[in-house]
Design a protein around this ligand. Sequence first.
Ligand code: HXC
Length: 521
Amino acid sequence: MEELREEFKKLIELRNKISKGDSEYIKKQHEKGKLTARERIDLLVDPGSFVEIGAFVTHRATGFGLETKKQLGDGVITGYGKINGRTVFIASQDFTFMGGSLGEAHAEKIVRVLDLAIKSGSPMIFLNDSGGARIQEGVDSLKGYGDIFYLNVKASGFIPQIAAILGPAAGGAVYSPALMDFIIMSRKNSYMFVTGPKVVKAAIGEEVDEYSLGGAEIHEQKSGVASLVGETEEEALNLIKKLLSYLPSNNREDPPYVKSEDPVERADKELDSIIPTDPNAPYDVKEVITRVLDKDTFFEIQPNWAQNAVIGFGRIGGRVVGIIANQPMYLAGSLDIDSSDKISRFIRFLDAFNISIITFVDVPGFLPGTVQEYGGVIRHGAKVIYAYSEATSPKITVIMRKAYGGAYIAMGSKHLGADYVLAYPFAEIAVMGPRGAVEILYGKELASLKDMSEKQEFLNRVAKEYRENITNPYVAASRGYIDDVIFPSETRTYLARALEAFASKKKEERQINKKHGIMPV
Ligand code: HXC
């Protein structure tokens, strides 16, 4: 057999070295219950589809012993591959080399694939597992973060950007994910914070461990930073694939259409009885959503944060839609600071990628009280109004029950440019609910009635009158603010027809010429 050329032998040797990694550190990584950067990529992409870019890159830094501390790839594996046949660009941080810390060369590799993702109009996936800025590289590592952030912003709204947090994300490491569209955390071994426990202790004397400060539970329930949490790394990676199945590769494409076996004419009789007759009785809006969508297509985002609003993707007649709904099971479905942030950000994502926005309304108003007012519910609520008004994707709204006051306007009303508004026959649309209205309008009369049963009888009578004359959906329909009043069981069919009719809606509406609006972010 002919002897291999020396150059080929060297390439084979280098390739082996790159794919094997450092066994001692890989063992440590596995002992923590974590996968390696390469194992993660293998689980994420279609078998054999990954093409690595920049595997020979090493840092050029000196000092602190860095001259001898080098590894091919510099702690991040970058390249492209396919997920369900569609190209994605990937950066996967390798904690086994210097804790996945980000130095100049490491950052350049991420910038390179992000730039290629933009140029080719394909999603960017960033698998994070890093101790943050590489301390020895000082300002060069800060520059590296800055370069990544800059490109994240450039890519925003053009290609979907998804971050998974599969280990630490400390300091600057949190902001690239935060600038991307979705953050998926793994339940074990992942945490995110701007300043770690030691700095927290030194700065404000608070004692807290990594997971209580920034673990998956914190970010899925309290901060809203995590879009989704996978119980394991494998599940987190699967969530990326599932999410991508609803998204176009860039803002010029339509989201993937999947032929549905579920007939759009399917009338769901159960829907007619899910919403209780008592306007104050709660029900689970997800029951309504899942019955209206194609079977098993509802994919909820941020399910455990700001639960008074429900957001997620789904399909109707195979077309991808974004769902926004008030959830009467939490805070009576009212809008507050967090739910306003949740809704407005999601609308902006849907609109950027031309995904139709379907809004299910049952909202008694904005949540009252000092906590909300001091926290700036005015600023946050304004985001919802801004986002709906600005969005040019098809906007279809279903008023299920209550739609009161500013929250009625904010939740995708005709007045903010909804293309089509439907209401159920028991919808209540007014400045406020009957009880509050009667107390304001008839305060003197009520005060003069001393007998409690007389008072109650008066209240009931006037409230009934108010409902019949003011809040019923036919008042709004007579003015054209509602396009039709339908049975709940007909919702799916009406929505499917509207989605088909509006599918060709122009992506950009004529705007007043300006640099950009000033969203109340
Ligand atoms: C250089 C780092 C590093 C870093 C970890 N390592 N973080 N090297 N710069 N930021 C190295 C360690 O020295 C060690 O090297 C190896 O990675 C593994 O780290 P361990 O500490 O042994 O691992 P573990 O016990 O799992 O702890 C992981 C960790 C911890 C929690 C992430 O390493 C840590 O606290 N690192 C520092 C986090 C941090 O404060 N980063 C800077 C944030 S400030 P050896 O050779 O011993 O194996 C920031 C500012 C940027 O990012 C702002 C931009 C806007």
